[in-house]
Design a protein around this ligand. Structure first.
Ligand code: FBP
Length: 559
């Protein structure tokens, strides 16, 4: 790393502390809980996962000295979108494996799950991992969105695990990747394979959480990066007093990122997709709401403001959500896909698809601006979903609000000047240098996954509890992935999936927003979190996600 910046060099040297319980692996015991409490009412999951279903959560605890660990061969794969801290999971896994037995081997699968199917590996050595400790990105081994779910892929994965003689495989991914991990664990057991499967909760979106998973890694850092940028925009808005910043924030479905950023920066308005869906607010209603905020602020002499928009909003608007679902189903049909692909002009494609849509959806589609119509036809992701990061919802709202304000101006209700500026903060945060919290959390998660494999556990997700306390007292263990699953309809079929956590409208974080947002709309109580800090006072360096704190303590009022 001869071109590394002084900060990178300093981060490479940082040694994340470990929870006290992990300081002496020789004396580590297991405390297992009964599975029954988590499993009620999950008959279908039980039938689909007969070998991995009947397991309970486990915690590592101080115990009698264990027999010396055997030499382990473990594979690791990064799956899906980048999230800060991925390299530290691998570093923690590597260090723990070497501590358990210096002759242990760690293989990285290149380019995500496709690397498992093609058996493309690289041995993770001390020299390699030392170039990536505490740094962002997934570039050490790469990532990808290939799914491992059909019989053919399960068999190919088994062949790779056998050929590599793997004792364990660690899958670092989000809800879909961990669903695949559960399938692999069950399939490997049924085939008599010795390879244990362990998942690690990754996603900046923050939607892989539950009672057992306090937070997914990467969410904290990504929000901190966005918060710095939002705070800077707020300061600029307050200084120039002439621009409205419409900021779209990443987060494929749930609005956790928008909520966390709002709690830290206090925008004039933040849209929460889950609330909009619950209230069945349509695009016209939302446009009115935003135009009214702008009209009222204008009457108070304020022609500026900051509005946060979650990336997933578009699918939560009821009429556009229905339209998207219909389009997804249509575009999944071979004959329609072929017909549409044959046409080179977007207008022709739109008109063909309109012919197949229900009257309501056809009308909704026709009323959208041309660019949004075109964006809704972009290629689907491997799960058949529209790629919301590619839909400029912030620009769509600017267009509809501009139109509404013009109508209000003509009617004499609005006399202001509206100068909108659009932004999309997404990729900027996904590969950032992990915050202190993410560095420590991911390093401990990596360690924990090695211990789960060493304890011969399979179908578990590495979990860490007590995260609002100092890392020293974190509790480490594992949760059976099947305990996080439910049956859902995907592409017209009921299938088992790890449940995606949406923003809880009864939860303390959302209630805190509700308690404060009227003041934020009028009074410009902007927050300026500034850049992530790695040295300095612990209250700055170790600042935790507010959502995590509120969820562990209950709702509060913030300045
Ligand atoms: P994961 O769910 O794989 O963690 O990815 C999340 C995410 O960053 C979303 O926020 C975003 O919509 C999507 O990935 C973008 O995907 P891509 O990397 O394919 O552009």
């Amino acid at each position: 790393m001869n071109h590394a910046s002084p900060l990178e060099l300093s981060r490479l040297r940082y040694q994340p502390p470990l929870p006290r319980i992990l300081l002496s692996l020789e004396h580590l015991g297991l405390r297992a809980s009964s599975p029954s409490e988590l499993k009620e009412g999950c008959e279908s999951i039980k039938q689909l996962f007969p070998r991995t279903y009947n397991q309970g959560p486990i915690l590592f605890a101080a115990g009698e000295p264990e027999a010396k660990s055997a030499r382990l061969r473990v594979g690791v794969v990064l799956s899906g979108g980048q999230a800060p801290g991925g390299h530290n999971v691998i570093a923690g896994l590597y260090d723990a494996l070497k501590e358990l037995h210096p002759g242990s081997t760690l293989l990285g699968f290149r380019g995500g799950p496709a690397g498992i199917l093609k058996n493309e590996t690289i041995e993770i050595t001390a020299a390699l991992i030392d170039n990536y400790r505490n740094l962002g990105g997934f570039d050490m081994i790469g990532s990808g969105r290939t799914k491992i779910e059909g019989q053919e892929q399960l068999l190919a994965s088994l062949a790779t695990a056998d050929r590599c003689a793997l004792d364990g495989l660690v899958i670092i991914g989000g809800d879909d990747s961990n669903t695949n991990a559960a399938h692999l664990a069950e399939f490997f057991l049924s085939a008599g394979s010795k390879t244990r499967i362990v998942g690690v909760p990754k996603t900046i979106d923050g939607d892989l959480k539950s009672r057992e998973i306090e937070i997914s890694f990467g969410h904290d850092t990504a929000c901190k990066v966005y918060n710095e940028l939002i705070g800077n925009l707020m300061r600029d808005a307050l200084s120039a007093r002439k621009y409205y910043h419409f900021v779209k924030l990443m987060g494929r479905s749930a609005s956790h990122i928008a909520l966390e950023c709002a709690l830290k920066t206090h925008p004039n308005l933040v849209l929460i997709g889950e609330e909009i869906a619950a209230a069945k607010t349509i695009l016209d209603g939302l446009t009115h709401q935003i135009a009214t905020l702008i009209t009222e602020r204008s009457a108070a002499g304020k022609e500026f403001g900051v509005i946060l928009i979650p990336e997933g909003l578009i699918e939560f608007l009821p009429e556009i959500g229905s339209l998207i679902r219909e389009l997804n189903t249509l575009l999944a049909r071979e004959e329609i896909r072929t017909e549409v692909d044959r046409l080179s002009h977007i207008d022709e494609r739109i008109s063909v698809l309109c012919g197949h849509l229900s009257p309501d959806s056809a009308l909704c589609f026709a009323r959208l601006p041309y660019t949004t119509q075109a964006e809704l036809l972009f290629e689907r992701d491997p799960h058949g979903n529209v790629q919301v990061s590619k839909i400029a919802t912030e620009q769509l709202l600017i267009a509809t609000v501009t139109h509404e304000l013009a109508k209000r101006a003509a009617a004499g209700i609005y006399r202001g000047s509206f100068h909108p500026v659009h932004h999309f903060f997404g990729y900027e945060g996904r590969s950032a240098m992990p915050s202190q919290f993410d560095c420590q959390y991911t390093y401990a998660l990596g360690y924990t996954s090695a211990l789960l494999i060493n304890a011969h556990l399979t179908g578990y997700m590495a979990t860490i509890h007590n995260l609002t306390q100092p890392c020293d007292v974190w509790q480490v263990g594992g949760t059976p992935i099947t305990a996080l699953m439910q049956m859902e309809e995907r592409k017209g079929k009921r299938v088992p999936v790890v449940k995606k956590a949406l923003v809880d409208l009864q939860g303390p974080a959302f209630k805190t927003l509700v308690r404060n947002r009227a003041r934020w709309a009028k009074d410009d109580l902007f927050g300026y979190p500034g850049p992530i800090q790695f040295t300095g006072p612990q209250e700055v360096v170790g600042e935790l996600p507010l959502t995590l704190i509120l969820e562990s303590q209950g709702a509060g009022t913030i300045a």
